[in-house]
Design a protein around this ligand. Structure first.
Ligand code: ZN
Length: 344
């Protein structure tokens, strides 16, 4: 590799978008396994914490034990050298448990990109304050500076970028270049993302400007369609985790969304929950070769989810991090990656 590359290993830390899934198997246990693997390979993990759902759990008497366990895991991860940043699913705002123990969420608020600026600003502030209050008990100088939109639903991006900028966020890491989701109520479209390893945006995430929030995109790449199909068939849920990927449009929208995703067969995110190691390595290799001429250090953002991190994912992540270390790629966090880019 011609320039130092830095891996930012991220996990979206959450239960399912419709409220299903128990925190113990779907978040806590699987995250502990990811932390252990990352630590054994000397790579810090960034947990994108979906703060609204954990704030909602804290309001419910029935969820006190699991809320305490989540707080403990987050604080301990930080003490062990990992990082915490903000992830938001607006449907969790004001969520309540019904008598049967199921979460009642407002699925019409699935896309943060659909909300007016004042609501986006309010959600970002609630999430940021929840996370900062938690972390500052241990690290008083902590500031939440990086964001990822729930379900990649950040577009149209102007209100979200304005809210992030107003609240001193420096980085968004939602964009997955080249990918599109046409599912009703869940759409995203990153086919127009700039052909850059990172950029600044102040209004439209697909238009690079000289100021504004930094975009550190999630790596995407091409893999053989048959290999992609095999990986999709093998994908499962974390051990003991049960839940539903039901979205705001229900089963019919999901069916048509799945059809549209199949048309993109072969283009994938660098997702260590669902891809085998050879594909993770191939995507990283493609990205490093494509941006080999860039002068600055190259951030490589990988994504995973605690809820679908399986025993197969454990083997893939271990093998991938061994390759990463063998390549001289260094594991880092968003604040440190930004610092190294700025110091040039
Ligand atoms: Zn999410």
């Amino acid at each position: 590799m011609n320039q130092p590359a830095q891996l930012i290993l991220t996990v979206d830390y959450e239960v399912f978008g419709d409220g299903s899934g128990q925190p113990l198997p779907c978040v806590l246990a699987s995250t502990e396994r990811i932390l252990a693997i990352a630590e054994s390979r000397g790579v810090p993990l960034t947990l994108f914490v979906e703060a609204l759902e954990f704030a909602a759990m804290e309001r419910e008497p029935a969820c006190q034990a699991q809320s305490a366990a989540v707080r403990l895991q987050l604080i301990e991860a930080l003490a062990r050298g990992h990082d915490l940043q903000l992830h938001l699913h607006p449907q969790w705002q004001g969520a309540k448990l019904d008598p049967a123990g199921n979460w009642q969420l407002d699925l019409s608020r699935w896309r943060i990109g659909d909300l007016p600026f004042h609501e986006v600003a309010d959600l970002v502030e609630r999430g940021r304050v929840w996370l900062e209050e938690l972390v500052r008990q241990q690290r008083p100088d902590y500031c939440c500076i990086a964001f990822r939109a729930g379900g990649w639903c950040i577009q149209p991006s102007a209100p979200v970028l304005a809210a992030l900028s107003d609240q001193d966020f420096l980085i968004d890491s939602t964009v997955a270049p080249g990918l599109r989701n046409t599912t009703a109520g869940e759409w995203s479209d990153f086919r127009d993302a700039p052909d850059l390893p990172f950029w600044n945006a102040d209004h439209d995430l697909s238009i690079p400007v000289s100021h504004g929030v930094w975009e550190f995109p999630i790596l995407t790449g091409r893999v053989a369609r048959l290999d992609h199909l095999k990986a999709l068939r093998k994908a499962g849920l974390a051990e003991g985790c049960q839940g539903s990927y039901r979205g705001p449009g229900g089963a019919t929208a999901r069916f048509f969304g799945r059809l549209s995703r199949l048309r993109q067969l072969g283009t994938v995110m660098l997702d260590f929950s669902t891809l085998p190691a050879p594909q993770l390595i191939e995507i990283t290799r493609q990205w490093c070769e494509h941006f080999a001429g860039e002068p600055a250090s190259l951030p490589l953002v990988a994504i995973g989810h605690s809820k679908n991190f399986t025993a197969t994912s454990e083997r893939a992540l271990t093998e991938y991090l061994d390759w990463v270390n063998g390549q001289g790629i260094v594991g880092t966090t968003y604040p440190d990656a930004l610092e190294s880019i700025r110091s040039g």
